[in-house]
Write a protein that binds this ligand. Structure first.
Ligand SMILES: N[C@@H](CCC(=O)N[C@@H](CS)C(=O)NCC(=O)O)C(=O)O
Length: 228
């Protein structure tokens, strides 16, 4: 699918850190939607108090005159705002809710990883168990969803959707080096255990609307999180 977006001069700034974290799906969406956008890496923590809720990502929308018309924080609100605004989210409430349900499962597992990075001692062990339980369910449920759609590399229909992009970003995160502390033993999302996910990854990487995303070396080398 080749999207053409009439933006009426609208442009966006994605304010975030140079990590995948909560921002990679937003980067992919902004690219896929062919909107005018750029990244801003704020000085931190100096700029913290100037954000709507003290953390990032933040999306800043500007009109054709460059005036700020909208400022939005919370990664999930940002993703869904963009997906709805540019008709990437179904208008059918149940279909949209299903995509959001799948997305929230991904976010839940991602949060275990972030917490694991910061945790110490016994809490780390608890988080390994929590991650293992939910990531195992996620791998099974998402593989089934992909099979239910004919294992064509998409969750819904035969075109790239919001959940396709969010899932690609999630699986990219867990293929990266850092998160392997949790994932490397399980290999839940590796091709040998999840051929449906491998098919999704290959399909998204072949989508011409995402070619600029994959052509950028920044996107292929970006660290996963702020935590070491
Ligand atoms: N619920 C928020 C969480 C955002 C969040 O935790 N952001 C972190 C970076 S990934 C942050 O801003 N950390 C710096 C800080 O809080 O000072 C979202 O989904 O956007």
């Amino acid at each position: 699918m080749t999207l053409t977006t009439d933006n009426n001069g609208t442009s966006y700034v994605l304010r975030y850190f140079d990590v995948q974290g909560y921002g990679e799906t937003i980067r992919m969406l902004l690219t896929f939607l062919k909107v005018d956008w750029c990244e801003e890496l704020p000085d931190w923590p100096e700029e913290k108090e100037n954000q709507p809720f003290g953390h990032l990502p933040v999306l800043v929308e500007k009109n054709a005159n460059g005036e700020v018309t909208f400022v939005l924080s919370e990664s999930q609100a940002i993703e869904r705002y963009l997906a709805r605004k540019y008709c990437l989210m179904p208008t059918d409430l149940q279909q949209a809710a299903r995509q959001e349900q799948l997305r929230d499962q991904l976010i839940g597992v991602l949060k275990y990883h972030f917490e694991y990075c910061k945790a110490t001692g016994a809490r780390k062990e608890i988080l390994v168990d929590k991650y293992t339980e939910d990531a195992s369910k996620l791998a099974a449920v998402h593989a089934q969803a992909l099979r239910d759609n004919g294992n064509n590399g998409h969750y819904i229909g035969d075109k790239t959707s919001y959940i396709d992009i969010a899932a690609y970003a999630f699986f990219k995160f867990f293929r990266s080096e850092g998160p392997r502390a949790l994932e490397k033993k399980l290999k839940l999302f590796e091709p040998e255990n999840a051929p449906e996910i491998a098919k999704l990854n290959a399909t998204i990487e072949a989508d011409e609307d995402l070619a600029p995303y994959f052509a950028s070396s920044a996107n292929s080398t970006r660290p996963t999180t702020l935590f070491k």
